[in-house]
Design a protein around this ligand. Structure first.
Ligand SMILES: [Zn+2]
Length: 356
């Protein structure tokens, strides 16, 4: 005979509860009244044990609708060992509220990972695999939405425009592997001195920025930076990242109809947001390399930004949008200087070789 287990017996016919002691006797479960006057038994295999739930008495259903209630912690571990392995695991977990807290933490962490990494990852995947024609349609759609609202016809003299266009074409012509890009000038009070690369290849340059750049090299430095955004699909990626899980997911599934939502997000991005720090660093690196490869000192980018600030000291906020959406941090200036030093060193070496 194994250990006695205190239990409460309901016979299934009345609501009367009888205090009993239960024990296992081979293939039989036996229980008797605490006063010893009555005894019952049931074949072990006919007993239906309830699931174990922490804090809830364990129930053994026996024939004729009767059942025994045993305190959750009093049930011998070997009574129904084969039964509900998962239950036992769950039971053990339920007993530990630290595990419950950890469960909540895992859910919160999963959501964080989804938004912090999953969404950018999916957005980048969509951007990288979007057919060029779709990207171009998206760029055109957003340009149509901008024209007449944020973007007005340019007031730059035709001569200045064609000069800058020629400088730009010459620069891009020296960069193999750059897909079709075009430069478009616009006047914009709302966007101020600004430049941005739309999906599909259009780089918008505002009159205010064209007037602020001190020389062709500074102009090209800004363009090179924008080409960096262009080459890495930054506009599309940034807008997708901020457009939420649903749009990104549907585009990931190949549903291009959500493209309209993305195109509509671009004007909002231009007015309200700026690129992530990582994107700016990527575009800077791209620009420094592109400039150096064509014999232009990367210091030109710093000149452009500084000239922009000098040219409009009275203008805060909007007019300095290029500076504010492309924050000119000390770090970025330092990197530009570093790229410039490398460029000069390489140039000096090349000049020395050529002179020999
Ligand atoms: Zn930028």
């Amino acid at each position: 005979m194994t250990a006695m287990v205190p239990a409460i017996y309901f016979d299934g016919r009345s609501t009367h509860a009888t205090r009993v002691d239960a024990w296992r006797d081979g293939d039989t479960l036996r229980w008797r009244g605490a006063d010893g006057t009555q005894e019952w038994s049931a074949p072990w295999i006919t007993i239906e044990p309830s699931a174990r739930v922490t804090g809830v008495p364990f129930t053994l259903h026996v024939r004729d609708g009767g059942h025994l209630q045993i305190d959750h912690d009093a049930l011998p571990a070997d009574w129904f060992p084969r039964h509900h392995l998962i239950e036992r695991v769950v039971d053990r977990l339920e007993r530990r509220w630290t595990v419950a807290l950890a469960g909540i933490a895992v859910v919160v962490a999963s959501l964080f990972v989804l938004f912090e990494f999953g969404l950018p990852w999916a957005a980048d995947r969509v951007s990288a695999h979007l057919p060029r024609a779709v990207e171009q349609a998206m760029g055109k759609q957003s340009l149509d939405a901008l024209e007449g609202r944020l973007l007005m016809p340019t007031a730059l003299p035709a001569e200045r425009q064609s000069h800058l266009q020629a400088v730009f074409r010459h620069f891009v012509g020296g960069m193999p592997g750059v897909p079709g890009v075009r430069l478009a000038f616009y006047g914009s009070k709302a966007l101020g001195a600004n430049a941005f690369a739309l999906p599909g290849g259009t780089i918008v340059f505002t009159d205010a920025l064209a007037e602020a750049v001190p020389d062709d090299d500074a102009f090209i430095a800004v363009m090179a930076h924008e080409l960096g955004h262009q080459a890495n699909h930054h506009m599309l990626r940034q807008v997708l990242r901020s457009s939420g899980v649903l749009i990104v997911a549907s585009m990931l599934m190949g549903d291009v109809t959500s493209m309209g939502g993305v195109a509509a997000g671009i004007p909002m991005f231009l007015v309200d947001s700026h690129y992530s720090r990582g994107f700016e660093e990527d575009a800077d690196r791209f620009a420094f390399r592109a400039l150096a490869s064509q014999g232009i000192d990367p210091e030109a980018f710093v000149h452009a930004m500084q000239a922009l600030e000098r040219a409009h000291p009275e203008l805060k906020g909007q007019e300095l949008r290029y500076a504010s959406s492309h924050p000119l941090t000390d770090e970025r200036i330092a990197r530009a200087h570093e790229a410039s030093l490398q460029f000069r060193a390489a140039k000096a070496t090349a000049d020395a070789r050529a002179g020999r």
